[in-house]
Design a protein around this ligand. Structure first.
Ligand code: UDP
Length: 373
């Protein structure tokens, strides 16, 4: 079989590329080493509940074109992410907003909150934050940092807050209004029926093979059933360092492990996302999947999320974008430029902490670069 493109990875990046390529009459073969499509946005229905198998995904964007683009493939509900944080026996609203501050300091007005934060900030004399700790302290002061950020971040990243880049904490809004919306974006929601259906639609009419290992195919020129395949170009959405056999040394990633269970109650925690921000609780958060779609099923499914360092054999989720890894990535990126017929894309291929909307943007940019406007 002969193809214009071999697309490695059936996640959002690969599927978007393949969909657009097909529109331009290009023939793609999409392969994935897992036994299903949709990458980490994969959702699976269990007991009538769409379970976010590789962690919670909430679509949000400020880009109208991207919102319209994804809406071609699914109807979105009006879910607004408003996580709750549990610190010891205290409970706070996220992101950091007037609900959080009034609970923390028993105050009512933005002026009172600002005064406390300014006072706490002043103790540290930070002009230009050099790391996540300094960034968090200068944004929100000591109490918020110690109760809601430090333990959670060190669990999630397995590194001290002083060793992490400040951009990670800037992902979260900080506002002096009583507004628990975790995102500032104009558009937000969960696709009704789950994310897998989106990717199914994108890949409709395209050759897709799951349980296929790219490196085996590259070596043998054959799929696992013996079919010989040829292709002109490759879109690779796996780990860029693995592609180059880690010749400059391995990039670091974080992995996540989920302990998922069905519980015989219709409502376990009253919210889709509850973060456990103290260091001593071993998991970072508990997801109750039904609440993403306002489910009324008689039972519920929850996932406790445990963070760990990535090692071969487990799934990579997050690139660790500190200076050391970014410098190493640049070496691989330079190597990638020399690989004439290979494009690298997605969180793993571009080693970037992309949200879903940014993945779509990057994939559409890639399409434009490949095929013109
Ligand atoms: N974060 C935190 N406390 C929380 C939630 C998030 O300190 O209760 C910080 C933490 O450093 C985390 C970052 O904010 O890595 C980004 O969180 P986000 O929810 O965006 O992470 P994701 O959903 O991508 O895992």
């Amino acid at each position: 079989m002969k193809f214009d493109y071999l697309v490695v990875g059936a996640g959002l990046f690969g599927a978007t590329f393949a969909y657009e390529a097909k529109k331009r009459n290009k023939k793609c073969l999409v392969i994935d080493k897992r036994d299903h499509i949709a990458g980490n946005v994969y959702t699976k229905e269990e007991s009538g509940i769409n379970v976010h198998v590789y962690g919670a995904h909430i679509f949000h964007t400020s880009d109208k074109k991207i919102w319209e683009y994804i809406n071609q493939f699914a109807e979105f509900n009006n879910y607004i992410n408003s996580p709750v944080a549990v610190y010891k026996d205290e409970l706070y609203n996220l992101p950091f907003n007037m609900n959080t501050f009034s609970k923390m300091w028993n105050i009512k007005t933005p002026a009172e909150a600002k005064e406390i934060i300014e006072k706490q900030k002043a103790e540290y004399k930070i002009d230009e934050p050099k790391n996540l700790e300094e960034q968090a302290l200068s944004l929100a002061g000591k109490d918020v940092y110690e109760k809601l950020i430090k333990g959670y971040t060190e669990k999630q990243w397995g590194r001290k807050c002083t060793e992490l880049p400040s951009f990670i904490i800037k992902r979260l809004p900080m506002r002096f209004t009583y507004d628990n919306n975790y995102f500032n974006d104009r558009f937000q929601g969960i696709p009704m029926g789950g994310y897998t259906k989106i990717v199914e639609k994108m890949l409709d009419g395209i050759d897709v093979r799951v349980n296929e290992d790219f490196f085996e195919l590259k070596k043998n020129g054959k799929l696992s059933d013996g079919t010989e395949v040829e292709y002109d170009r490759i879109l690779f959405t796996g780990q860029i360092d693995e592609y180059f056999d880690s010749k400059f040394g391995p990039l670091e990633y974080r992995s996540v492990r989920f302990e998922t269970e069905e519980i015989d109650t219709d409502n376990y925690q009253g919210n889709a996302v509850v973060n456990y921000t103290e260091r001593e609780v071993p998991y970072t958060r508990i997801i109750e999947h039904k609440h993403f779609e306002f489910g009324t099923q008689p039972t519920t499914i929850i996932s406790r999320e445990y963070s760990s360092e990535w090692k071969p054999g487990v799934e990579p989720y997050y690139p660790v974008n500190n200076d050391k890894n970014n410098a190493l990535y640049e070496k691989y990126a330079a190597e990638a430029k020399k690989e004439g017929n290979v494009i690298f894309g997605g969180r793993l291929g571009q080693y970037k902490y992309y949200d879903m909307d940014k993945v779509l943007m990057a994939a559409l940019d890639c399409v434009e670069e490949e095929f013109g406007k």
